[in-house]
Ligand binder design. Sequence first.
Ligand code: NDP
Length: 316
Amino acid sequence: MQEEIENIETLIIGSGPAGYTAAIYAARADMKPVVIQGLQPGGQLTTTTDVDNFPGYKDGVMGPEMMEDLKAQAERFGTDTRWGMVTKVDLSNRPFKVEIDNTKNVIAQTIIIATGATAKWLGINDEKRLNGYGVSACATCDGFFYKGKDVVVVGGGDTAAEEATYLAKLCTKVTMLVRKDYLRASKAMQHRVMATKNLTVLFNHETKSINGEPGPIGVESVTAINNITNKEIIIPASGFFVAIGHKPNTDLFKDQLEMDENGYLKVIPGTASTEVEGVYAAGDVADHVYRQAVTSAGTGCMAALDAERFLSSQAT
Ligand code: NDP
């Protein structure tokens, strides 16, 4: 006898703020959402400590706790949250065929993609050792903790320039380590960097080590090396921000959905709709500019509302 294939009305891929917000709206609209949590249940916020900028938490909240709250809120309305990874999708026909964990096949009437983006790291040991103790990949999230202190930012693109100028408003001194002899950032951002008095750019410099101890001590300094002269310098700093880009988690959708040159999903402006009817994108997977929990939650809401309208139009 042939196995019956599960038919899911609203499949949400990813369990960050975008995925769970979409789930809250979808569940309340009786769209029977199933959230497939992915490799990092709760998403990027589960790797941060204090979240002080999500509206509603007046005293701040720990990232993992906030994600548990969002999950519980989605489940309160009947969201079915599942462990697992989506391993294949076929968006060529609706309902869409989806494979989970390389084994189980389901079909989905609508799909909300909220797979997020992953910050790129340098790949040195100290980054892992001191992550959460002074090492961060998000200035907007963590910059506040370095008010009145010195920090180092790595990278020479728009993200690094933006993070460095943001941090310069809070910190005493910001040092940017740029591995080439020029900034890749846009001209406007370059001007802003150069015009910021407490921001120093060290060209041709790479990170050799981040010095300090996990726990209350945290990051104390950064050893940088000039890649032309091999001369090393030690920069006193309490924070080390890696800003060398993000990789959107869109490999699954290659050749099926339109993406920009960096692999971010394209949506129809002002909506969460991709060009494939019934497929929506929310959160960082479709946003390289804002990348905040609250903007992700906002687009998660949009995706659920767009999906709801689509399902209603199909039913009539
Ligand atoms: P980019 O890829 O543009 O820049 C990455 C930077 O990090 C480069 O300077 C690169 O150096 C450096 N880098 C990469 N790997 C390493 C490494 N291992 N060690 C040291 N340095 C390294 O990424 P961004 O995140 O800055 O930008 C991504 C896209 O998003 C761009 O198109 C950008 O314009 C856009 N963006 C737009 C914003 C806006 O409009 N407000 C804000 C932020 C981003 P190298 O040059 O040597 O490769």
